[in-house]
Design a protein around this ligand. Structure first.
Ligand code: GLN
Length: 224
C-alpha cells in the first residue's frame, strides 16, 4: 500500500476500552494518522468525533457499560453528534433487537443473532467487494460472529452475504459483524473516519498496509 494522507488533525476517534480488541483498532487508526484515544470514563468522551466499540464479548461489555454508568454517557454523546462503529460484539450492543436477549444501546434498527455461525471453532475468513468502502476486495474475519438478520428501512446495507447482512449503516452508526482490525486492510477505518467528518487529502492507492502483521497491535498493549 502506498498511503500518503494529510488529514484534518482536529478530530479524535475513541475506542471503548473495557474489554475486547482495543489495541487492534488503535493500531489501525494510527496507521491512518488519526488521533485515537482509549475511552474508559465519562471525561474521555469529550469532543470525540467518533467511538469504536470493539469486538469481544457483548454480555461482558454490556455489564461493564452498565456498571460504570457509560450506557447513558454513550447515548448522550450520540445525541450531540458522535458517530459510532460497532464491530461484532459492538454491533450486538448497538442493535435495537437482539434475538433471545435484551438490547443494550439500541441505536440502530437492526435485528441481530449472537453466535449465529456456531462456536469459536466455526470462525472463518472470507473476502468481499464493498463498493462504498473500497475499490478492491476487503478481507473479512468472522470470530464467533453474529448475523444481522434484518435491517430497517432507514438502514443501508453495505454488505450482504448468503442469508445475512455483514455490514450496515445509518447516518450516525456503522455496524460490521467481522473484524477489519484483524487484517492489514484499513478501508473500513478510513470509511468510518470519513463518516466522522475527518477529511483525507493526498493519494490513497489501495487499502492494505503491507507493513501490518497480526501481532502489530502488541506494541500498544499495556497493563492497566
Ligand atoms: N460472540 C460474541 C458475542 O456474542 C461476539 C464475538 C466477537 O466480538 N468476535 O458477544
Amino acid at each position: 500500500m502506498s498511503l500518503r494522507l494529510v488529514k484534518d488533525t482536529s478530530a479524535a476517534i475513541g475506542v471503548l476500552d473495557l474489554q475486547g480488541g482495543v489495541c487492534e483498532h488503535l493500531d489501525h487508526l494510527e496507521r491512518l494518522g488519526i488521533t485515537g484515544r482509549r475511552v474508559k470514563q465519562e471525561d474521555d468522551f469529550n469532543n470525540l468525533a467518533g467511538l469504536i466499540i470493539p469486538g469481544g464479548e457483548s454480555t461482558c461489555l454490556a455489564r461493564l457499560l452498565n456498571t460504570f454508568g457509560l450506557t447513558e454517557v454513550i447515548r448522550q454523546n450520540y445525541q450531540r453528534g458522535m458517530k459510532i462503529w460497532g464491530t461484532c460484539a459492538g454491533a450486538i450492543l448497538l442493535a435495537e433487537k437482539v434475538i433471545n436477549d435484551e438490547p443494550c444501546l439500541g441505536l440502530i434498527d437492526i435485528e441481530i443473532e449472537r453466535n449465529s455461525f456456531g462456536s469459536q471453532l466455526d470462525s472463518f475468513t472470507a473476502e468481499a467487494i464493498m463498493p462504498e468502502v473500497a475499490a478492491e476486495s476487503v478481507p473479512l474475519t468472522f470470530i464467533r460472529a453474529p448475523k444481522i438478520l434484518r435491517a430497517g428501512k432507514n438502514v443501508k446495507i453495505l454488505l450482504k452475504m448468503d442469508d445475512y447482512i455483514a455490514a450496515a449503516e445509518n447516518e450516525n452508526i456503522l455496524v460490521t459483524v467481522f473484524h477489519p482490525e484483524l487484517t492489514g486492510c484499513l478501508a473500513l477505518h478510513r470509511y468510518f473516519a470519513q463518516k466522522c467528518g475527518i477529511k483525507f487529502t493526498g493519494s490513497v492507492s489501495g487499502s492494505v498496509d503491507s507493513r501490518w502483521q497480526s501481532h502489530s497491535w502488541t506494541r500498544l498493549a499495556r497493563i492497566v
